[in-house]
Write a protein that binds this ligand. Structure first.
Ligand SMILES: Cc1ncc(C[n+]2csc(CCOP(=O)(O)OP(=O)(O)O)c2C)c(N)n1
Ligand SMILES: [Mg+2]
Length: 375
């Protein structure tokens, strides 16, 4: 007797817009002119910001910064497929995803400048703060999607994780739950080919990361993550699936991290210049520009104007960041516990005394009121 086949799975890869700017007409999604221009504008704006933020860090004006250079399509486009009440949970490399949902970039600078007032998202948006521990948010996102399903308003939860993070047990637990309960969850594996200094091929033996979806009853698709059209179509379809009640989707957006892991890293120590050079040839912004030009939606005058406006916007955000009044140091004790443990109460009292002494000595002048409530 031949051995029976009890399950089959195949993993597809979506590519629409090639690096040379040509595209597959049969797969081209219908996107309004206004939306296409918004996609391009936001990618250019976030790149302008990213380059400036990197330099701010090098000048000592920012603590640490994780660049998203080269990942603009995978960062910006999924957010543009969501409604404000959908949940968005990015990773620390997520300033693009937040920005595309309306977050002012001054808050991103504030956060990476070490100030918790940087955790501020537009009113009415269901944006969640990212976690620095990798993967710890993945089960929480399944929980958010479960809540959204119970509320029956057609909302979904979209989250990001890195290629390296997809090797963590958290993903197994999250997808088991999301698959079993057919939750409206979208897990975007932003495969930028590196987990700090560990390359993709040393992370997992599977041919793709998208195929992991099949072990959990989720849909899985690999996508050229530098192709804005493909990212749009894949996310749009995944969101529609979620809203219809058809369950979770895992999207592997294959992109490339052109910068260091963060400003605390030196990628030249573990990867070749040739590899990075090959990565720059797949630039998501350049190929999308060629697409818009071919569709007669974009020209050099518009490009120059956009670059200038992006610079001005970023200058304004940097100025706003650097003119935030110093925070009250006691803020660190607010809003973190329902009931504070004794040692935190002691530490807070110690700091209160110190502030009083410094104010008496005129070493510390006016401090703003504490933001929030002490437990
Ligand atoms: C639980 C946990 N372990 C280790 C780390 C240290 N760490 C920070 S980023 C990172 C690699 C993540 O790589 P990947 O998931 O590919 O995301 P990327 O940074 O490339 O976006 C590691 C191991 C951490 N933040 N959290
Ligand atoms: Mg990575």
């Amino acid at each position: 007797m031949p051995i029976k086949t009890v399950a089959e799975s195949k993993t597809e890869r979506l590519e629409i817009l090639a690096a040379d700017g040509t595209w597959d007409k049969a797969l081209e999604p219908k996107i309004s002119q206004e939306k296409l221009l918004e996609m391009y504008r936001k990618m250019v704006e976030i790149r302008t910001f990213d380059e400036r933020a990197y330099r701010l860090q090098r000048q000592g004006r920012l603590g640490t910064y994780p660049q998203i250079l080269g990942q603009e399509a995978s960062q910006i486009i999924p957010s543009l497929c969501l409604k404000p009440k959908d949940w968005l949970v990015p990773t620390y490399r997520g300033q693009g995803a937040y920005f595309a949902r309306g977050m002012q970039l001054r808050y991103s600078l504030l956060y990476w400048g070490g100030d918790d007032r940087g955790v501020k998202f537009p009113e009415g948006n269901n944006d969640m703060i990212f976690s620095i521990p990798v993967g710890s948010h993945l089960t929480q996102v399944a929980g958010l999607a479960w809540a959204a399903k119970m509320q029956k308003q057609g909302h979904c939860a979209l989250t990001y994780l890195g290629d390296g993070t997809s090797s963590k047990g958290d993903l197994h637990e999250a997808l088991t739950f999301a698959g079993q309960f057919k939750l409206p969850a979208i897990y975007i594996i932003e495969n930028n080919h590196w987990a700090i200094s560990v390359p993709r091929e040393k992370q997992a033996a599977t041919v793709t990361l998208a195929q992991k979806a099949h072990g959990y009853g989720a849909a899985g698709l690999q996508v050229d993550g530098n192709d804005a059209l493909a990212v749009f179509k894949a996310t749009f379809d995944a969101v529609a699936r979620a809203r219809k009640g058809d369950g979770p989707t895992v999207l592997e957006l294959e992109t490339y991290r052109l910068g260091h892991h963060t400003t605390a890293d030196d990628a030249t120590r573990y990867r070749s210049e040739a590899e990075v050079e090959a990565g720059t040839k797949k630039d998501p912004i350049l190929r999308f520009k060629k697409y818009l030009e071919a569709k007669k939606l974009w020209d050099e005058d518009q490009e120059l104007r956009l670059k200038k406006e992006a610079e001005e916007m970023v200058n304004g955000e940097i100025e706003a960041y650097e003119s935030f009044p110093a925070p009250n140091p006691l803020n660190m004790f607010a809003n973190n516990y329902a009931t504070a443990p004794w040692n935190l109460i002691e530490q807070r009292q110690e700091l209160e005394e110190l502030v009083k002494v410094k104010q008496a000595r005129k070493e510390v002048v006016e401090l703003p009121p504490v933001e929030g409530r002490f437990p």
